[in-house]
Structures are given as C-alpha cells and as structure tokens.
Design a protein around this ligand. Structure first.
Ligand code: GLN
Length: 255
C-alpha cells in the first residue's frame, strides 16, 4: 500500500519497506528508471529541479537550473534585500528560476523576464503560474536586446545567466548536457561572449544611473575578456567564485 504523506515540499507518495506496490506504479517507476538509465538528465525525468530551495518545472527545451547560479541570486539579494522596492530584468530567463526566486524572496519587486526561445518561455510561464507570480512578472520573447521595449533608465538591475560556452566546446560537453539540454541556452558563439557584447551596448539604456548588471560567466579567462569589453559602459564591482574556486559571476555598476 502506498500512503500519501505530507512533507515539507507538500504531499508525497512514500513507500515503506514492507509495502506492496501495484503493477501500474511498478511499471511507472521502471519507465522512469529506464529513461534515466538511457542518459536523460534526472530533472527531465522527474520534470522538476530544485533551485534556492524552490521547486521548478523543467523539461526538454529549457536549461536545468544549476547550483552555482544560486550564488548569483544570493548576491543580488545582498544588494536588493527583501522589502526594498525594485524593478529588474532577468535576461535569458529559461525556466524562470532566477526571476521567480528573486520575486519570492523580495515581495516588493517586479520583473521583466526575457528569452529568445519560445520553448523555454513555456516552462517559465508554467513556473510563474506554479508560484502564483503572474501579477509581478512580464514574460517577453525576444532575441535582440535592443528590440525589447523597456523604459529608459527604469531598472534597478539586470541579472543574466546567458549562453556563454564557446561554440567549439559544445561537442566536448558531457553527453548528458550535450544530448539533452538546449544548445541555444549554452552556445555563446565564437569565444562565448557574443551576447555580452550586445548587453554592454544596450543595457545602459535600461538600467538606472548607478544601477547594476549581475551576470554569470564561463570562468577566469572570460572574466578578463569581459572586463575589457565592458569599458566604458560598466565597471566591475565584485567577482564571485563558484564552489570550484572559478570566477563564475561578475557584478557590474553602470558607469
Ligand atoms: N536563467 C536560467 C538559468 O539560470 C536559464 C539560463 C539559460 O538558458 N542560459 O537556469
């Protein structure tokens, strides 16, 4: 017998060691296990990933939230803590994990979440509904930052985890990533900086005077390239290292 029990994440079906399981449930478990054994990422098998302690619905067509991206969100919350009314944009929102987490952590915030992939935005929409955030977020499908309509100097900050892997490295990614996750969310062009160049050109128009741009990057060597590309529009104010000691995030202030 399978009994539904309440857990801190809601109601879950738990099985005790002497419990029987019906044939249907058994078949379902075997189907999921087979998908996982064939290499499908666990989050796609379960259609769920955890990010900053919140649950997000994910599946084919959207990047699975990564633990190191949580560090970027934590950093954003240091600058814009709960209670401070802020308006921000989350560029390359994917599943919407960054935007939704910030909205849930700071109830006085509002967000524009942008992505060029309609598939990804469908997942973002599901997550916005799942977390009941529809009245504080606007989802925008657009590939070119300059084509997004946002009022001049209206945002306190823009946060982004853009595709930043150089195109030539994509064939060498782990099978699980390369074969299943959307390349559109990973491939950052020749040297991985294609999108950042557009950001540095267009974001100063959207961000308030003294506002911030918080972004995830590929690592130390990309940090150097980006810091020189950002001049004179943005100055780096902080660099955050990930769990492997690699520079993974840069916080910039608009000049
Ligand atoms: N913002 C989403 C995440 O961090 C998606 C990022 C992307 O698609 N490059 O998971």
């Amino acid at each position: 017998m399978i009994i539904s029990r309440r857990t801190r994440f809601g109601t879950a079906d738990l099985l005790w060691k002497d419990d029987d399981i019906s044939q249907n449930v058994c078949k379902k478990i075997m189907r999921l296990a087979e998908r996982r054994a064939s290499g499908v990422p666990l989050s796609y098998v379960l259609h769920e990933a955890e990010f900053c302690g919140y649950r997000f619905k994910v599946g084919r067509g959207v990047l699975i939230p990564r633990p190191e991206t949580e560090l970027l969100v934590e950093e954003a919350l240091k600058y814009f803590p709960a209670g401070r009314s802020v308006r921000f944009a989350d560029w390359c929102t994917g599943s919407g994990c960054i935007a939704c987490t910030l909205l849930m952590e700071n109830k006085s915030s509002e967000c524009v979440a942008v992505d060029k992939s309609r598939h990804a935005l469908r997942w973002a929409e599901i997550n916005v509904k799942f977390h009941s955030l529809g009245d504080r977020i606007k989802l925008v499908c657009c590939g070119e930052p300059e084509n997004v309509i946002i009022e001049n100097e209206s945002l306190d900050f823009i946060i982004a985890n853009p595709p930043y892997i150089p195109s030539c490295e994509i064939p060498h990614l782990m099978n699980e990533v390369r074969n299943y996750e959307p390349h559109i969310a990973l491939d950052g062009g020749d040297d991985g900086t294609e999108l950042y160049k557009k950001f540095f050109r267009t974001f100063p128009y959207f961000i308030k005077h003294g506002g911030l741009f918080l972004t995830e990057i590929a690592g130390d060597s990309q940090a150097e390239t980006l810091i020189s590309l950002a001049v004179p529009k943005f100055v780096p104010v902080n660099k955050i290292r990930d769990y492997n000691g690699i520079i993974r995030h840069i916080i910039w202030r608009k000049n």
